[in-house]
Design a protein around this ligand. Structure first.
Ligand SMILES: NC(=O)c1ccc[n+]([C@@H]2O[C@H](COP(=O)([O-])OP(=O)(O)OC[C@H]3O[C@@H](n4cnc5c(N)ncnc54)[C@H](O)[C@@H]3O)[C@@H](O)[C@H]2O)c1
Length: 256
């Protein structure tokens, strides 16, 4: 797979960059020439991603940072340290940090609901807002913000009332941000993965995996790199007339 070099001289912030889809996005973006800020609540995983990044293209310099996306203070610190390090805000941002805390609706605690919404939905809001504010403040905005939603936000999923609500929420957030930020040439889009093989889905029982696979028209789970490829498209100028949209990366799962 000959990588394109569509992200040369772009600075890209990836939350959740320490694992799974976020890590694959870091790899893909670095291979396309971007300077990558790997941000994760696990500093160790962020550093592990950082060490594995390609950095032989023009002007590339990567960094890793610890951030809790659900904390405004933590995000403010992150954006400040990026600007100190690179003398500019990131013009590309991928919100890939996310968690699950599954339980049936009848048993779900308020804490389970709140935590998942805080990380997945509020975290995407806080990061999108901070990046947009920094871009607008720098006077020459232009950027692309990609938020990882989920097909579950559209169709629901047993045991995931909190998660499905948070993922439906990021689509509404993204569409609104797209409308408000287009005058600054900042595009905002979602990718909606289906069933992707990552540490998050490693928790799913084998029985459920087999059942899910049988529902996927393409007959297999997706790979993180297959989601990352779509993120690279949305981050790059190849998608310059696309904003406020959600692209499903599901192998055909739930197409109806
Ligand atoms: N795996 C799938 O099948 C699938 C499907 C649809 C959507 N998604 C979404 O894709 C995204 C990535 O998921 P994944 O499967 O790669 O999971 P993952 O668990 O492998 O990676 C998630 C990363 O986010 C980090 N993180 C968690 N809470 C954080 C916080 N508060 N602040 C900063 N970082 C935090 C984790 O440390 C981890 O490194 C998530 O938003 C997830 O909801 C995944």
């Amino acid at each position: 797979n000959m990588a394109a070099a569509r992200l040369i001289s772009r600075l890209a912030l990836i939350t959740g960059g320490g694992s799974g889809i976020g890590r694959a996005v870091c790899h893909r973006f670095a291979s396309e020439g971007a300077s990558v800020v790997v941000a994760d609540i696990s500093e160790e995983s962020a550093n592990e991603t950082l060490r594995s990044l390609q950095s032989d293209l023009r002007g590339q310099s990567h960094m890793a940072a610890k951030v809790d996306v659900s904390s405004k203070e933590s995000i403010t610190q992150l954006v400040t340290s990026i600007q100190t390090h690179y003398f500019q805000p990131p013009s590309v941002c991928v919100n890939a940090a996310g968690i699950t805390q599954d339980d049936f609706l009848l048993n779900m605690t308020e804490e389970q609901f709140d935590r998942v919404v805080q990380v997945n939905l509020k975290g995407s809001f806080l990061v999108t807002q901070a990046v947009a504010q920094a871009l607008v403040a720098c006077g020459a905005p232009k950027g692309s913000i990609v938020t990882v939603g989920s097909i579950v936000g559209k169709v629901g999923n047993i045991g995931q009332a909190n998660y499905a609500a948070s993922k439906a929420g990021v689509e509404g957030l993204t569409r609104t941000a797209a409308k408000e930020l287009s005058r600054f040439e900042i595009r905002c889009n979602c990718v909606l993965p289906g069933f992707i093989s990552t540490p998050m889905t490693d928790k799913v029982p084998e029985k459920v995996i087999t059942k899910m696979k049988s529902l996927v028209p393409m007959g297999r789970m997706g790979e993180p790199a297959e989601v990352a490829d779509v993120c690279a498209f949305l981050a790059s100028d190849d998608s310059r007339y696309i904003t406020g949209c959600s692209i499903e990366v599901t192998g055909g799962l739930f197409i109806g």
